[in-house]
Design a protein around this ligand. Structure first.
Ligand SMILES: NC(=O)c1ccc[n+]([C@@H]2O[C@H](COP(=O)([O-])OP(=O)(O)OC[C@H]3O[C@@H](n4cnc5c(N)ncnc54)[C@H](O)[C@@H]3O)[C@@H](O)[C@H]2O)c1
Length: 329
């Protein structure tokens, strides 16, 4: 599919990921980009920088009200289905979170069907795998292992698996092409406090800036796969442009301990503080293991996507952005 000149809709357009997808679409020459959001979690400020671009339009709309999608979807070649509740907000409000992630996703597909939208790129998650089994490489054929998962994480995982099943159902029954992208831990400029694993970055920075040491769980050896939001946005646009459907991991394939995250933050802040180790029994947890080896071979072979931003550079970009905001304020 051609991106240049086309109309695209981003549900959850005021989100961390949606705002960066908009940037990439506009840079690729999209003719019209509709950012649809009800601002329940995201804010218009996340996309305030697009105000000067006549091709971008921010529309207040709720994916739980299918009638609010029809006008926005009219004439769109593709929809980026990004609106959703992450594990933290879903744990806090399971009734609304499940409605948005499940019923909202049905509405997105129904509106696509009605408006004749050709392709959907759905924001899924590596939470669909649950807790990794063993230390082998996790590719898209790995089964979900949700035993032992906290209830909030389990609900989130299941809601993403349902979203993926809806992708397949609407492809099969209605011919809508659909890609589900399973992101690992996304972070970057316009970072929020809703991503349970990205908190290690933003909370460490907040503490160091306040002259306090970063607080890490366990002995700091818990690993995550931290992927910069610009890489995730590029994967979205490449997936839309490609002729492929199906499920793809969007991950770096690099395991980074939370201890290493704290070191990077301390380095960037020129701080001599040392992390302290303290478990919070109340903390909402997603995958928290010592091994998380995600394969990115399928998306490389099919779509040609590979990550470009290292975790060191990505955190430097995030901290640079926070400092810029502070200077502006
Ligand atoms: N951030 C991550 O680490 C990560 C990892 C894997 C998957 N994902 C998925 O990617 C998507 C975006 O993540 P994010 O970090 O940018 O999230 P975010 O919390 O910044 O954005 C979610 C957006 O959805 C909007 N929204 C919520 N309910 C809505 C509704 N009923 N109608 C319209 N808009 C609504 C919110 O206002 C918000 O702007 C989510 O679906 C999330 O599950 C994120």
């Amino acid at each position: 599919m051609d991106i240049a000149g086309g109309k695209f809709v981003i549900t959850g357009g005021a989100s961390l990921i949606g705002s960066h997808v908009a940037d990439h679409l506009l840079a690729a020459g999209a003719g019209e980009v509709v950012l649809l959001d009800n601002f329940s979690l995201g804010t218009p400020e996340a996309v305030a920088h697009l105000a000067g671009d006549a091709r971008a339009r921010l529309v207040k709309g709720d994916i739980l009200r299918v009638n609010e999608l029809f006008d926005a979807f009219k004439g769109a070649a593709g929809v980026f289905s990004i609106a959703g509740f992450l594990t933290l907000p879903l744990s806090q409000n399971p009734s609304l979170g499940l409605a948005v992630n499940v019923e909202g996703q049905v509405n997105v597909f129904e509106a696509c069907r009605y408006a004749g939208v050709r392709k959907v790129v759905f924001s899924s998650s590596i939470a669909a795998y649950g807790e990794p089994q063993g230390e082998g490489l996790i590719d898209e054929t790995a089964p979900a292992n949700l035993a032992g998962y906290q209830p909030g994480s389990m609900l989130y995982s299941c809601s993403k698996l349902i979203g993926e099943a809806l992708c397949r159902l609407y492809t099969h029954k209605h011919g809508i092409e659909a890609v589900a992208l399973r992101y690992s831990t996304v972070y970057g400029e316009r970072q929020h406090y809703r991503g349970v694993n990205a908190l290690a970055i933003i909370e460490s920075y907040d503490r160091v800036r306040a002259g306090q040491p970063p607080v890490l769980p366990g002995d700091g050896s818990e690993v995550h796969d931290y992927i910069h939001v610009a890489d995730v946005a590029r994967a979205n646009v490449m997936a839309m442009a490609s002729e492929h459907s199906g499920v793809f991991n969007v991950a770096t394939g690099v395991e980074t301990t939370v201890k290493r995250i704290a070191e990077i933050v301390l380095d960037l802040c020129d701080s001599a503080l040392q992390p302290v180790y303290r478990d919070d029994p109340e903390a909402v947890k997603a995958t928290a293991s010592r091994s998380l080896r995600l394969s990115r071979e399928k998306i490389r072979a099919a779509i040609g996507w590979e990550p470009q931003v290292s975790v060191e550079d990505g955190i430097a970009r995030l901290i640079g952005w926070i400092r810029e905001q502070e200077r502006g304020a």
